[in-house]
Design a protein around this ligand. Structure first.
Ligand SMILES: Cc1cc2nc3c(=O)[nH]c(=O)nc-3n(C[C@H](O)[C@H](O)[C@H](O)COP(=O)(O)OP(=O)(O)OC[C@H]3O[C@@H](n4cnc5c(N)ncnc54)[C@H](O)[C@@H]3O)c2cc1C
Length: 416
């Protein structure tokens, strides 16, 4: 936050603790190597985060998590974005949102086999929603898990999966029943990647940004999964995935805002030193106003994110859909606009790798369609917004009617 925050003293102390650790331990060279796709997953660093209880920070401590609030986990992610990259924040975030649904709906066996090792940094997970034929439209998921005795047989393809190249298991959205209603046909299954039939078709290490996660396009061909790997109730996956996505939207957006803050900091400092036409850049009104607008935009986005996280902390999951969507939509667009402004203020040198603005620019761009695109967020917002904005005293009789209430007469074209 650039202005005064609305955090409690405990929350502020947590931010300071995270900051001190990350400033010391998050090596910029690791970020650069990931960006060059020389590292396919920051597993060493992820283990260090585990020692700090920064994996699954909001999962209860007795289950191996950090015992923090959702807001505190979001604050942590903001600092990871600021000191590191969206890719490192993403690797950590999976332990937060996949970890949280495992904590909430998983069996003791699943927690022992997947959740705890993941939170110790020993097992890597990937989250598999997107398919070649189903991205924004999650209801279109076609990967199937067919029951066969004491196991499921999984078939299908998933793409753009962060961490899939190195993942030990995949939290996989599958269709377990026929029919169009996603609320009754989808399930979430933990699929071990050492099973025969699991195959990586392509890695996405040539992506514009977000590199160094071992993101991949994968195929499941008759992969056998024990029945005990089904999360919660069969056919109830839509609910689990919806909850997981609420958390992911809050956490992932926060990392982008941390990155955007870093870019703006560089640009503002640069503008105080660079001279053009005989005066500092910051003394040209266009540059100083850009900084003012970006600072305001970032703080507004962070406050929306705080509100969304606090609603989840207060247990308002069903109610928070619109507020989370507002925080995601406004947040990633604010981050994108801010990084673009930062690049404009700094000029040509920002387009090189001299400063991280160039990498942040590439990283942030993806957030406008990952975890639910800006357009999908608008669809969610408008549904609830229309309910909230309905005027009970509205003069309905005037809609399409004359003042006296009679229908508006159709204007006939004049005959020539
Ligand atoms: C860096 C990165 C990391 C990712 N990580 C993962 C991951 O770990 N796991 C995973 O499962 N997926 C992952 N994804 C996939 C990501 O979630 C999808 O790209 C996203 O859901 C959009 O799906 P799509 O690309 O198929 O686009 P589409 O759904 O085909 O949409 C294309 C465009 O049309 C717009 N659009 C679609 N329908 C509508 C509509 N009804 N109204 C208005 N606009 C519409 C969308 O907003 C989008 O801009 C990742 C993607 C990227 C780029």
């Amino acid at each position: 936050m650039i202005g005064h925050d609305t955090l409690t003293p405990e929350e502020r102390a947590y931010v300071e603790e995270c900051d001190a650790f990350l400033a010391k331990r998050l090596d910029p060279e690791l970020v650069a190597r990931m960006d060059r796709s020389e590292v396919l997953y920051p597993d060493g660093f992820i283990r260090e985060l585990a020692e700090q209880h920064y994996l699954g920070a909001a999962v209860p401590a007795e289950e191996g998590g950090g015992g923090r609030s959702f807001l505190e986990e979001a604050l942590l992610n903001e600092r990871v974005g600021y000191h590191g990259s969206a890719a490192i924040a993403c690797a950590r975030t999976f332990t937060g949102h996949v970890g949280w649904i495992l904590h909430r709906y998983g069996t003791d066996v699943q927690k022992e086999k997947y959740l705890r090792p993941m939170l110790r940094g020993e097992k890597i997970t990937a989250q598999a929603l997107t398919e070649p034929g189903a991205g924004s439209d999650m209801a279109g998921i076609q990967t199937t898990a067919r029951r066969d005795g004491d196991r499921y047989i999984v078939n299908g393809e998933k793409r753009f999966l962060d961490g899939a190249h190195t993942a030990n298991f995949i939290s996989c959205a599958v269709r377990t029943a026929d029919g169009d209603d996603p609320r009754r046909t989808l399930s979430v299954l933990m699929v071990d990647t050492d099973q025969p039939g699991y195959e990586i078709l392509q890695t996405h290490d040539d992506w514009l940004g977000f590199r160094g996660l071992g993101s991949a396009w994968v195929r499941f061909t008759d992969v056998e999964v024990p029945l005990e790997n089904m999360l919660g109730e069969e056919h109830n996956g839509w609910q689990y995935l919806s909850e997981q996505l609420l958390l992911e939207r809050v956490y992932a957006t926060r990392a982008q805002l941390g990155q955007a803050h870093r870019a703006l900091e560089i640009a503002a400092t640069y503008a105080e030193q660079r001279e053009t036409f005989g005066k500092k850049l910051k003394d040209h009104q266009w540059a100083s106003f850009k900084v003012a607008e970006a600072a305001t935009r970032l703080d507004a986005a962070l406050l929306l994110n705080d509100r969304a996280a606090r609603m989840l902390d207060d247990g308002l999951w069903a109610e928070a859909k619109m507020e989370v969507a507002m925080a995601k939509k406004f947040g990633v667009e604010a981050a994108w606009q801010t990084v673009d402004d930062a690049m404009q203020i700094v000029g040509g040198i920002a387009y090189t790798k001299a400063y991280p603005i160039e990498r942040i620019f590439r990283d942030v761009r993806a957030s406008r369609f990952t975890a639910g695109s800006t357009e999908m967020m608008a669809l969610i917002i408008q549904r609830r917004a229309f309910d909230k904005l309905r005027d009970p005293n509205f003069r309905t009789e005037l809609v399409g009617h004359e003042v006296d209430g009679s229908p508006v007469a159709k204007q006939m074209p004049e005959r020539v």
